[in-house]
Structures are given as structure tokens and as C-alpha cells.
Design a protein around this ligand. Sequence first.
Ligand code: GCU
Length: 370
Amino acid sequence: MTAERGLPDVLRGNNGERIESVDEWRSKRRPEILALFRTYVYGREPIDRPASLTFETAVTPGMLDGRAVRKQVDIRFEGPGGRGTIRLLLFVPDEEGKGPYPAFLLLNNRGALTTDPQRQVGSPFWPAERIVARGYAAAVLDVEDADPDVDDGHRDGVHGIFDRFDGERPADAWATIAAWAWAARRAMDYLETDPDIDAGRVAVAGHSRGGKASLWAGALDERFALVVSNESGSTGAALSRGKRGETVQAINDRFPHWFNRNYKSFNGREEALPVDQHMLIAAVAPRAVYVASADRDEWADPASEYAALLAAVPVYRLHGFNGLGDAPFPAPESPLIGERMGYHLRSGVHDLTAYDWERFMDFADAGALK
Ligand code: GCU
């Protein structure tokens, strides 16, 4: 499959040398891969955890019919361009003598309707009730708290707060997907401080543009034990080489703010990219990764998402895990659970549904988070 698409060899260093050990992977190849994605795709974030980071938490017990405690956390920070707040909403199961709990953190790209803190409006997009019923804490943040999803030359959001350039914005500066991934990592900074959360068992999940961000967050940040990409498609889980539906050019034309300026130079030239998306998935190894697709989501291209996952298997094998091996592309509603790797194809259109969530939690139950 790798050969068919002419993919860069994930286990060969930039200098052409073969990566033979976990040590070489960790000290050489993984850092190289992250640097390549920073330079050519998502951009370089100017700051990791700001010294100014604070958390302000409001706690409400007795939520979800008495089954959960709600926490609303304001994650605040400050930079040369001003102040920002990412609002984290969290429901933690409330069972006598249990906990700390593993958690799913969703990068919400659908706005407030899907994440009503009062739970007057339930939502399959973020089924907090089901997540809690299955023994997980449910956390969500609105990606637009970190950076509004508009092409404004990266003036607003965390770019405006932290960027300081003499002259033109560099071609490898961070863009919007990287800002959302940064937000996920700041949420993790909070989760690590919460005694009700088992920070060693946290999944970061996202749908579509949110899934591109969850993959980048999970690739960068080894604190996430599980990374879930739902229908993230172009420049998410799907290989760019040989991809159907949305191409590099198509995504750059419609969403110029998502990726850095260097990425635009690969419009119509996918074969020239120094990376492909199997390398992003591989950067998660040996932590668990789950990719989901929908059979009528041709824009995202399920076959290319699955091909990327299988092309990351050699890196899992290097670590002693078989991933999904060489399992054939599955039929709809036939989830695959392998070693540290899972996949399902759902029938239907582009969406994040109750079915998808139940499968993510099956995978977490099967070992990824339990
Ligand atoms: C558009 C875009 C995709 C993206 C999707 C979404 O369709 O082209 O790349 O994943 O929006 O976020 O739902």
C-alpha cells in the first residue's frame, strides 16, 4: 500500500537511514516528523504552556439525574497581545468510592448547541449522559474559544495574543488547526490538576476539522493516552497522495487559515510533500489511536483514512504492537479492534453520531483507557 501511493517511508530518517529501534524512533524520527508537520503543514506554535495559565472552576453536584458532578473551568492565559479564556465543560461520574475517572475530551467545532451545560438539549455529537453512564468523564471545549474559524490573517484568538513578528508573518507560523490543538493541550494541563480525573487515561477526540486538531494535539502531546479522529479527512487521518474528494488544493482554497503558508505550495503537488498523514498517526505510537469513517463521506475519503492507519502499523510493530496488522478494509458496522489501533466504518453521511461514540468507548474499554 505504501509503495502503491509512493508514500514517504515513515521508518527512514531524513538522512535516508533506516530506523531500527524504539530508541531511534523516539530520539530521531518522531522529532523529525513533528518538525516536518510544523514546517510544512500545521505551523510552529510560539509557546507551549504559558507561565500565566490559571484555572477557575465552578463545581455543581447533582447533574445528569444525580449521576455526575459538573465542572465549568475557565482556562485563562495572557500574552503580549492580550488575554484569552478557553472554557472547559466537564461532567464527572459521581459514584461512591470510585474514581479517579478516565476521560474523553472533545474538541467541539459545532458551537454551543451541542454542548448545553444544563443538558436541556442532549446531543449525539457530545452525548455526555452516555459517556458518564459508561464510566468516563465527559469533557468538551469550543475550539473557537482558542481561535474563531475565520480567515482574518490570524489576527484574533491565540495568534493575536502570542504572536510577535517583525514584519511579515512567517510561512511556517502556526495556523488555526494548530491553535485548536494548543487548546486541547491546555485543557490537559487542567485535567492533570483535577483529582477526579486519571490524567494517564485521557482521550482527545474530534470530528472533521476538530479531528484534524485532535490528531495534531495527540501527535504532539504524549499525555493523551488515546487519540480519536472521526471523519477528519483531508490533512487529518486521510493520506493526501492518491486521495479522492477533498485535495490539498481544495482545502487550502476554502480554508486558507487552517494550515500554514508553506502548505499552499503543495497545491496540486501532493507527491512533493515531505510528509503524508500516516506519519501523523505514527507520531501517536505506541499510544492508542482510533480512526472512524462514514461510507457516504466521499469528501473525507474513508479508503484513504484507512490506508493511512495501516501505513502507520510498522511504527506500532516497532514498539511491539500489531496495530490492525493488514486487516482488509471492513464493511460498515464491523468495527476493528487491534493492538493500540481501532477503526470503524459507519454507514451514512459525514457526522459524529451516537454509534460512533459507543464504538470509541468500546475501544477504550477494550484496553485503550482501562
Ligand atoms: C469541510 C472541509 C473538511 C472538514 C469539514 C468539517 O467539508 O472541507 O475538510 O473536515 O468541513 O469540518 O466538517
